[in-house]
Design a protein around this ligand. Structure first.
Ligand SMILES: Cc1cc2nc3c(=O)[nH]c(=O)nc-3n(C[C@H](O)[C@H](O)[C@H](O)COP(=O)(O)O)c2cc1C
Length: 359
């Protein structure tokens, strides 16, 4: 029988996060050493007016508290997304709530947005910013507190966005986590419309006050939506002037042949790869490539990354592969992307986006 181990890994994860933070802050030369070992070659690109040294980002959920903001780039990430963060602090679901299938290179989680809440985040991010901040773009993933009913979801998302506005280069409205009851219902047209209207209003007001442009706002979708529902999300996002779509979050479906992975929660990693690519392909075709897509789900090597770019992803993210492949994964992917671009005669990553639709 396949082993599905409770990741005392949540504790492992916390230890690694803490050790990384302490070592990076206090051991001279530690970050330089990480860069030497794991730093990525440049694969420069631009999306929503932001420059990225390479397209591979840290997916939401890994640095939920944003405790290592300046450190991820030393592992070769071209950008990061911290959170999900909710307006109110919350514990999340009872433990254990993170599981690993080494056989399938997959994780199952039902964390339920455990996070310190937006107010505490302002304090900890301010302290960090005063010392050292990321030199790569920083996204913030916005979730919804369990105590906030769906009817008031727009106040929750816009409220968190307002508090954290100064810390983000972009925001992701996460209405697709399977681990908060009924959250995914917020992907439906009128619900999503209300949330984006409220977020846009706050974003514009703060941008005006700071005499700058509003920050990009993206919507993160579930791979479990039907095709027509995905198209409707894209239509709402476009109508609301959203900057892009993140495809995809984790899935509640399970690989058919695997009867053992019966823990409840969202599945990520290798088994998610194909569906997530399908979703990207569908969204790219539906929007004629007009809405930038961040591809995430089962990216673990250059082939899976290239597949997402071909399907229409302008940027990429990964989480599970960091667990299964280790910290060299970004360097390997970016090296491989440079090789692919050359082989296929593309002058830039942007030129390669959606290439599978044209061949
Ligand atoms: C433990 C864990 C926690 C996560 N938390 C969040 C989250 O707070 N917000 C979010 O939008 N996605 C979250 N995700 C989903 C990831 O950002 C990503 O969409 C998903 O894992 C698929 O990518 P992967 O196959 O590279 O892991 C989480 C994933 C895992 C494994």
């Amino acid at each position: 029988m396949m082993a599905v181990l409770p990741l005392s890994s949540e504790s492992m994860h916390s230890i690694v996060m803490k050790k990384t933070r302490i070592r990076s802050n206090y051991i001279p030369g530690y970050r330089r050493l990480l860069r030497l070992l794991f730093g990525s070659p440049s694969v420069e690109t631009e999306a929503f007016g932001i420059h990225f040294d390479n397209p591979v980002g840290l997916a939401a959920g890994m640095d939920k508290k944003g405790e290592n903001v300046p450190n991820w780039e030393y592992l070769g990430f071209g950008w990061i997304e911290i959170g999900g963060i909710t307006l109110h602090p919350q514990e999340g679901n009872p433990k254990p709530r993170m599981f690993r299938s080494t056989k399938h290179n997959a994780l199952i989680n039902r964390m339920g947005f455990n996070n310190p809440g937006s107010e505490a985040m302002v304090e900890s991010l301010s302290k960090q910013k005063a010392k050292l901040w990321a030199s790569v773009p920083v996204g913030i993933n916005l979730g919804k507190s369990k105590i906030t009913p769906n009817e008031q979801a727009e106040e929750e998302y816009a409220g968190t966005l307002e508090r954290l506005w100064e810390f983000a280069d972009l925001f992701v409205v996460n209405v697709s986590s399977p681990n908060t009851p009924n959250l995914r219902e917020l992907q439906a047209g009128s619900e999503l419309d209300r949330i984006l209207t409220a977020c846009n209003a706050v974003n514009s007001r703060l941008a005006d006050a700071a005499s700058t442009n509003p920050k990009p706002i993206l919507v993160k979708v579930s791979p479990d939506l039907e095709d027509n529902q995905l198209k409707a999300v894209a239509d709402t996002a476009i109508a609301q002037g959203c900057t892009g779509i993140v495809a995809t979050n984790t899935t509640t479906s399970r690989p058919a042949e695997d009867k053992v992975m019966n823990e409840a929660g969202g599945l990520s990693g290798k088994p998610l790869r194909t569906r997530s690519t399908e979703v990207i392909r569908l969204l790219y075709a539906h929007t004629n490539g007009t809405l930038p897509i961040v591809g995430v789900g089962g990216i673990s090597d250059v082939e899976s990354a290239w597949e997402k770019i071909g399907a229409g992803a302008s940027l990429l993210q990964l989480y599970s592969a960091l667990v299964f492949e280790g910290p060299g994964v970004n360097k390997a992917i970016n090296k491989g992307l440079n090789r692919k671009l050359k082989e296929h005669g593309f002058n830039s990553l942007a030129e390669a986006v959606g290439h599978a639709h044209r061949s």
